[in-house]
Ligand binder design. Structure first.
Ligand SMILES: Nc1ncnc2c1ncn2[C@@H]1O[C@H](COP(=O)(O)OP(=O)(O)OP(=O)(O)O)[C@@H](O)[C@H]1O
Length: 293
């Protein structure tokens, strides 16, 4: 099966599934940010106290002017940074809960950061090698993760032989191979052309819905945020803070029908207005207005 038909199969499989069970607000919390704030050693106050609960199955997007602390908040949630004050709960406990009982977190960065000398399959296997998963168990998991991103045929290729979109798919496969339930993505498609980005957005919506992933996503794109998210948190800067929330109650999985609908256009307008307000609220210290894409 070629990548296009694999993608279509994935979208179809997702569409064939029954709708998810309880309402989003009744789902258990996966991440609770409890008055967490962050200042850096150089005195930059990146985040004022943030309160945010992300529930199982949500696709939550952080958007806001440059420097409002989206990446900092994501890194706090990934436990890559420690809050200066306040705390974060994962599955209602501290970070030791992560990794226990199948509760897994994976992070996808904007740069795919692949090992150039290693084949695609070896790149995807890296987290399993680090966990010392024996090769006979790791190999089928790597194959399954590559199939999921439509790259089953590219296992033996080297990163230099792949397009930018394919390299990003490898990076996503490397996250999926760990079978995460919490996926953190920091502007993963920001460097890609619009066509490739739309295709990856389509696949991500199908994947996260089918696998009931809880996803926290950072983007500068209004269209991408509306297309992917169940909820969007608009942040303001100076200091970084939650400014407004926009709920996208369109059913999953979504496709071009939604992308070309008047409802989509209305939601983009609503988010654009919220971002303009957030930019105004951030002004005074050089905050930039986000782009429309
Ligand atoms: N390691 C660091 N040391 C000092 N200051 C930092 C560090 N990382 C980020 N900052 C500062 O913290 C603030 C928030 O940065 P952050 O990268 O989280 O914002 P962002 O919203 O993700 O920005 P962008 O949209 O431009 O990627 C900025 O003022 C930034 O300069």
């Amino acid at each position: 099966m070629g990548p296009a038909s694999q993608r279509a199969a994935l979208v179809q499989a997702a569409a064939a599934k029954p709708p998810p069970g309880p309402e989003p607000h009744l789902q258990p919390p996966v991440v609770e940010v409890l008055s967490a704030e962050k200042s850096f050693a150089n005195g930059t106050r990146a985040l004022a106290p943030i309160d945010l609960t992300v529930r199982a199955g949500e696709f939550l997007t952080l958007i806001g002017p440059s420097g409002c602390g989206k990446s900092t908040l994501l890194k706090l949630i990934a436990n890559l940074y420690e809050p200066t004050d306040g705390r974060i709960n994962w599955w209602r406990g501290d970070f030791r809960k992560v990794g226990q009982d199948g509760r897994r977190l994976a992070f996808v960065f904007q740069d795919p950061t692949l090992m150039p000398w290693a084949r695609v399959a070896t790149n995807v296997r890296l987290p399993l090698d680090l966990e010392r998963v024996p090769k006979p168990q790791a190999t089928p998991r790597v194959a399954a993760a590559l199939e999921q991103v439509g790259l089953g045929h590219a296992a033996r290729s080297f990163p230099r032989q792949l397009s930018g979109g394919m390299r990003m798919r490898v990076s996503i496969a490397r996250a999926l191979v760990t079978e995460p339930n919490l996926l953190l993505m920091d502007e993963p498609f920001g460097a890609l052309d619009e066509f490739t980005r739309n295709k990856l957005d389509d696949d991500l919506v199908a994947l996260s819905w089918e696998r009931k992933l809880t996803t926290i996503f950072v983007t500068h794109s209004i269209y991408e945020a509306v297309f992917l998210s169940t909820r969007i948190v608009v942040m303001a800067a100076n200091p970084g803070r939650v400014f407004r929330e926009v709920v996208i109650d369109e059913p999953m999985p979504r496709g071009d029908d939604f992308r070309t609908s008047s409802r989509f256009a209305d939601l983009c307008r609503e988010l654009s207005a919220a971002l303009t307000d957030a930019s105004i609220a951030s002004q005074g210290k050089g905050a930039k207005t986000p782009c429309a894409r």
